[in-house]
Design a protein. Structure first.
Length: 148
């Protein structure tokens, strides 16, 4: 990744407390000045954002999507299905970040081509550590398709 390149992160999360946790975790990141967090609170809103539909006509496609599974309107599985069937969107890495640790949820999301599955920890220090791992791997190690 190029130095000082803006990193767009889309968080699809309906729980305000988890949104706050994510914002706090970003403050602890090495690349915090480069990360722009976009937040939508349900599956339908996520798809409008990704397809540049009102009110997101000017939205920037994210470099990475953090997707909760249990969302109102369209759940995370439905959103993931649409993303991975779309010619351009399917290139965006999707991290399922959810409270579930059910074996069925893990298998189902990988069957839908999620790039990884992470169970949200309840402890803020653990959440920050996980987010720093995400930052290191996805923003410092991996070559993201949206930057090519």
């Amino acid at each position: 990744m190029k130095k000082n390149h803006t990193l767009h992160l889309l968080l699809v999360e309906d729980n305000p407390a988890d949104v706050r946790l994510t914002r706090e975790a970003i403050k602890e990141c090495t690349l915090k000045e480069q990360i722009v967090l976009h937040v939508v609170s349900d599956g339908e809103e996520a798809l409008r954002y990704l397809h540049h539909q009102p009110p997101y006509e000017e939205s920037t496609l994210p470099d990475l999507i953090l997707l909760d599974l249990n969302l109102p309107k369209k759940d995370g599985r439905e959103v993931l299905t649409v993303i991975k069937q779309h010619q351009t969107l399917r290139r965006i890495p999707v991290i399922v970040l959810t409270t579930s640790n059910a074996r069925r949820d893990v298998l189902d999301t990988y069957d839908l081509h999620a790039n990884c599955f992470i169970t949200k920890p309840v402890d803020i220090r653990q959440f920050i550590a996980i987010f720093q791992s995400i930052e290191t791997f996805w923003f410092q190690v991996v070559q993201l398709p949206m930057h090519l």
